[in-house]
Write a protein that binds this ligand. Structure first.
Ligand code: SAM
Length: 324
């Protein structure tokens, strides 16, 4: 039995081709409600799992938003704000902005259906606004990015999630550096454990990029519809790389001395190398399995880790870490 019509796969494949060619920014590409609904059920669902991972990461360091309003900028089908509301439904109002009127209408109608208690407001950020940005950066030219940064600077809190590619991560790092150079900067609370210059900007780290991997929900692997979707489009269901920034102008969790793992550790015989970032920069110490078997297993088996307080000596992690 077929779960997807050839037409549906064709629509999704052509959307994906546009994203991969990075030509999506040139003009509004949402051609029908059916296309947005197909996007929402598939690509956006995968984005939703990345958003969930980001929300788990900030919960792990004891953070939650304090804003009472949210603005989903470049909302598409509105998946990002819905994921936030599924976890934190206490917002009083949500707003949507997209260059596509079709997309904002879709996002609003899904919000009304799923969170009818939440008012829909004007898309303007202020200090009581959580600004949500997801998978938009590659579609913006320099002028459009300035427009978005004005909203970021006006907001109280920001959750910004992008694809985990080298170019998208590098562009997000540029944004971070610019924002931290402001006179009254927002504070970065994740993934960075510090407010120092990004260590990936050191020339020796040019090949690296700041990305992380989300754990997909287990049912995806048992679901024939996802299995067929993944086969038809040639997409690995397990791979969910993303880059992100969470910012606040309010109190932030103190993470002095903690490090964040970047990407996935490189496994060798009886050891792994862990790309790790803290206020002093980015380094790639070795962890020997015999020194900390539980930690080694945790790193190899999982995808999502809290910040660690390593002790590193001679390029080796020598003490089991304490997490945040
Ligand atoms: C890849 S989709 C992501 C949608 C949604 N944020 C998500 O994560 O699923 C990018 C969205 O950004 C919108 N977009 C692109 N350029 C824009 C601009 N200059 N201003 C506002 N929205 C824009 C597109 O219309 C599209 O809905």
């Amino acid at each position: 039995m077929k779960h997807w019509q050839p037409r549906e796969i064709e629509i999704l494949a052509s959307l994906r081709a546009r994203f991969l060619k990075r030509t999506a920014g040139t003009s509004d590409y949402w051609r029908s409600d059916e296309e947005i609904a197909l996007y929402d059920a598939t690509f956006a669902a995968r984005i939703g799992w990345k958003i969930d991972a980001v929300l788990r990461a900030v919960q792990a360091i004891g953070w939650r938003p304090r804003s009472t309003r949210m603005l989903d900028w470049g909302c598409g089908s509105g998946v990002a704000s819905r994921r936030v509301l599924d976890l934190w439904p206490e917002f009083s109002a949500a707003a949507f902005h997209d260059r596509s009127a079709r997309a904002t209408a879709f996002a609003k109608s899904r919000l009304r259906a799923e969170h009818p208690q939440i008012a829909i407001s004007e898309p303007r950020a202020d200090h009581d606004t959580l600004l949500i940005i997801s998978h938009v950066l590659s579609e913006l030219d320099a002028v459009q990015l300035e427009g978005l940064l004005a909203q970021v600077r006006a907001a109280g809190e920001v959750i910004w999630v992008e694809a985990g590619t080298h170019p998208d991560s590098r562009r997000l790092i540029e944004v971070r550096e610019r924002l931290l150079g402001d006179t009254e900067p927002l504070r970065v609370i994740a993934p960075c454990t510090h407010q120092a210059r990004c260590g990936l900007l050191a020339a020796a780290n040019a090949r690296h990029w700041c990305h992380h991997f989300a754990e997909p929900p287990q049912e995806v692997f048992r679901d024939a519809r996802w299995e067929e979707w993944s086969r038809e489009l040639g997409i690995d269901r397990r791979a969910l790389p993303y880059s992100y920034l969470v910012l606040t102008r309010h109190d932030a969790p103190a993470l002095d001395g903690f490090s964040r793992v970047i990407g996935f550790p490189r496994e060798g015989k009886g050891h792994c190398r862990v790309l790790t970032c803290d206020a002093s920069g980015v380094s790639e110490p070795m962890l020997q399995k015999r020194d900390a078997p539980d930690l080694f297993r945790m790193l190899m088996k999982g995808r999502e880790w809290p910040p660690f307080r390593w002790q590193i000596s001679d390029g080796k992690i020598i003490a089991p870490p304490t997490d945040a």
